[in-house]
Ligand binder design. Structure first.
Ligand code: 0X9
Ligand code: ZN
Length: 309
């Protein structure tokens, strides 16, 4: 199945069908792996993209989308990145020369499906909680590094930032954790796609302290922000999550940096389209993803330049 990323939003099963179709078209360059299932038993798939030269264990750029169900531009962005690396390979070869890309467009598959069928602004997973009136855990508060602080997450199942009963008690968090750990030791860039707000958010989320390599990560964010402002006048704010946005504990980027030792770990809050934050009009997809690709591309190039294989 062909997917025209720029002219529609797609469901989880459409996205999976598309991923499954790619190995036939790019037999030497892509691999689809299923790392597990969602709570409602949807298959959670990850795409690995290489340049097909057969070299193994290159450093990895890992990108995920749709940790939060309603942030629909994030799976679109993940698909757009896939198409840039595959269908527009000529322009992007150097990004795959010494690095492999691993892309998981939909982490929160159940929540994402629910935003298509029932409730457009659903954020969390769909697993019931101890409170029969409230469903779902925030996957971005459920990760096992500095999990459980009341600053930046909540123990109340009815809150949008509910962290779960225990770290990784959500199957979707377990799957993303396993994907990260699979690439431990060669994870040079972890990028989590969210929306909205035009932010590059760096560790830490859980504390006001800065990691030792904060300035190195800031240089990468700087490359992205400059590329975007030069190309489209888009303006990004960047810095530690704690200061630039708000405290978060148990999020994916802190885990990627603190436990998986990702060289650069970042949450990218993609742009809104005017007042359309979580649900941009279809007519705006093209502008949002092309602008964002300028930034992602520049940051990947900067990571590759700073941390050669
Ligand atoms: O609150 C969140 O989970 C993220 N914002 S959102 O509006 N997409 O819900 C921000 C998380 C940022 N965390 C780190 N970069 N550590
Ligand atoms: Zn989000």
């Amino acid at each position: 199945p062909h997917i025209d990323v720029l002219s529609a939003f797609y469901t989880h099963s459409e996205i999976n069908d598309y991923l499954d179709s790619l190995p036939e078209r790019f037999p030497k360059r892509v691999q689809v792996k299923q790392f597990g299932w969602s709570y409602e038993r949807r298959p959670l798939k990850v795409l690995t993209i290489t340049n097909g030269d057969g070299r193994r264990n290159k450093p990895v750029i890992l990108i995920d989308g749709t940790v939060h169900a309603r942030e629909w531009i994030s799976p679109s962005m993940a698909l757009y990145i896939i198409q840039q690396l595959l269908d527009n390979y000529g322009d992007n070869q150097e990004l795959l020369q010494d690095y492999d890309w691993v892309i998981m467009p939909v982490v929160n598959a159940d929540g994402y499906e629910y935003t298509h069928t029932d409730s457009r602004y659903w954020r969390k997973s769909r697993r019931p909680t101890s409170n029969p009136d409230c469903i779902g855990t925030d996957i971005n508060r459920n990760f096992g590094y500095e999990w459980g602080h009341d600053e930046g997450s909540s123990s109340d199942p009815c809150e949008p930032i509910y962290r779960g009963e225990r770290p990784f008690d959500q199957p979707e968090s377990q799957v993303l954790r396993d994907v990260m750990l699979h690439y431990k030791g060669r994870l040079n860039f972890y990028l989590s796609l969210h929306s909205y707000g035009n932010y590059f958010l760096l560790p830490w989320g859980y504390t006001s302290d800065f990691p030792d390599t904060y300035q190195d990560m800031m240089s990468v964010a700087d490359a992205g922000a400059k590329a975007i402002i030069y190309s489209t006048n888009g303006i990004y704010s960047y810095g530690s999550t704690y200061y630039v946005l708000y405290p978060t504990s148990g999020d994916t980027a802190d885990f990627a940096f603190g436990v998986v030792n990702a060289t650069v770990a970042m949450t990218m809050e993609l742009p809104a389209a005017g007042f359309q934050g979580f649900d941009p009009w279809v007519s705006h997809i093209e502008r949002l993803v092309t602008e964002s690709w300028v930034g992602v591309r520049a940051m990947a190039a900067e990571v590759i330049r700073r941390y050669p294989a």
